[in-house]
Write a protein that binds this ligand. Structure first.
Ligand code: SF4
Length: 368
């Protein structure tokens, strides 16, 4: 299975925690950027002619901030240039403050069949603190436009002053409004973002407090029928993200647009993070790649195990052996010492449910 990732780097406003490649004051470049993106899609399509792709994920930035005709044009170009499966999962990220009925109609007409909505929290004061441009009411309006559709909502933990009541209100809101999927993840205060100052000032919940909010949220999601399938991802039965599952299975993907990363033919490569350089390269007939590396066998083994153990599907001993010709537990001898954290079921080894949230620490020890 292979995926296509597209990066749309425009936003209305920079959120206080954001270190993604997103430009709040460059929306006037949307037309020029999309022209370059269409060109990159055409060139990459030639390069991977004959390969089948199963998912498209349009992320950002805020893809829903640009005119929907660009999204329609983009999808048309992808279909013209790539062999996209007829049942492909096609996702677009949306900010609830940038959506209207006409956009949803245009997206559906363009073949988009999955929507990822950035709610973060149902507490409007916390949304303002994060620099989000929307309110909880905007999320409800957006969800109303998505009635009956496959849509995911983002929920963020670790916000200043966040309580269990806030988490409960947020999860209850996404459930009541029909989300089929929830991504619940902890805020990472990145150096250089405004929220990092709050972190340094000790104003954000610490790791233990966030872990408690996570456990609380996980139990609520379970009560509402959302099954955890990856450490931060929960879904109603049958609604897991195929695009993300492909990442965790170490499947191939081609990323296009500024800052997009790819993993194709055993190589990982990344486009420039600079919008002007991206457009200059494309217009000069070059791929705007700034980093490229062949993944060594050692790294490939590590990735295989690390990605699989993030999910409840775990590592398949047979699949590992098929890929590398060895037993993964012998390649990672620390497993014997850490086995209390794992459970085995036939061919599959997974991290026990109660330890999945701390999988990072377990994986670090496993790799020693
Ligand atoms: S909407 Fe997303 S990409 Fe844009 S500034 Fe906020 S966090 Fe960053």
């Amino acid at each position: 299975m292979s995926g296509i990732y597209i990066h749309i780097p425009f936003c209305k406003h920079k959120c206080t925690y954001c270190d993604f490649t997103s430009f709040p004051n460059r929306l006037n470049f949307a037309e020029a950027y999309m022209a370059c993106l269409y060109k990159e899609v055409a060139e990459r399509g030639k390069m991977y002619a004959g390969r089948k792709f199963d998912t498209v994920y349009i992320g950002g930035g805020t893809p829903s901030v640009i005119e929907p005709n660009y999204i329609a044009g983009l999808m048309k170009q992808i279909r013209n240039c790539f062999a996209l499966a007829s049942d492909a999962e096609v996702t677009i990220e949306m900010n609830p403050g940038t959506v209207d009925a006409a956009k949803i109609v245009a997206y559906k007409r363009a073949g988009i069949n999955r929507f990822s909505v950035g709610l973060q929290t149902a507490n409007d004061a916390q949304l303002r603190e994060l620099g989000r441009i929307h309110t909880a009411a905007d999320f409800v309006a957006c969800a109303n436009l998505l009635k009956g559709e496959n849509f995911s909502a983002d929920v963020m933990l670790g916000l200043k002053g966040q309580t269990e009541e806030d988490v409960k209100a947020t999860i209850a809101l996404v459930h009541a409004n029909g989300a089929t999927h929830v991504s619940m993840y902890a805020l990472t205060p990145e150096d250089g973002t405004p929220i990092y100052t709050d972190y340094l000032n000790g104003e954000l919940p610490d790791g233990d407090e966030v872990a408690e909010l996570y456990d609380y949220g996980r139990a609520l999601l379970k009560d509402f029928g959302y099954l955890r399938y990856e450490v931060s991802n929960f879904c109603k039965p049958g609604y897991g993200s195929r695009h993300n599952l492909n990442y965790w299975k170490r499947g191939e993907y081609i990323g296009m647009g500024v800052s997009a990363s790819s993993f194709m033919d055993g190589k990982r490569f990344t486009n420039t993070f600079d919008l002007d350089e991206y457009m200059k390269c494309i217009l000069s007939g070059y791929f705007p790649v700034i980093e490229s590396e062949d993944v060594s066998e050692k790294d490939a083994k590590f990735e295989f195990v690390m990605l699989a153990l993030r999910t409840v599907f775990g590592v398949s001993t047979a699949a590992y052996k098929k890929a590398f010709g060895s037993d993964w537990r012998e390649d990672f001898p620390s497993y014997a010492r850490l086995s209390a954290y794992f459970e085995e079921e036939g061919d599959i080894t997974r991290i026990k449910d109660e330890y999945l949230y701390v999988q990072n620490q377990i994986l670090t020890e496993l790799m020693e």
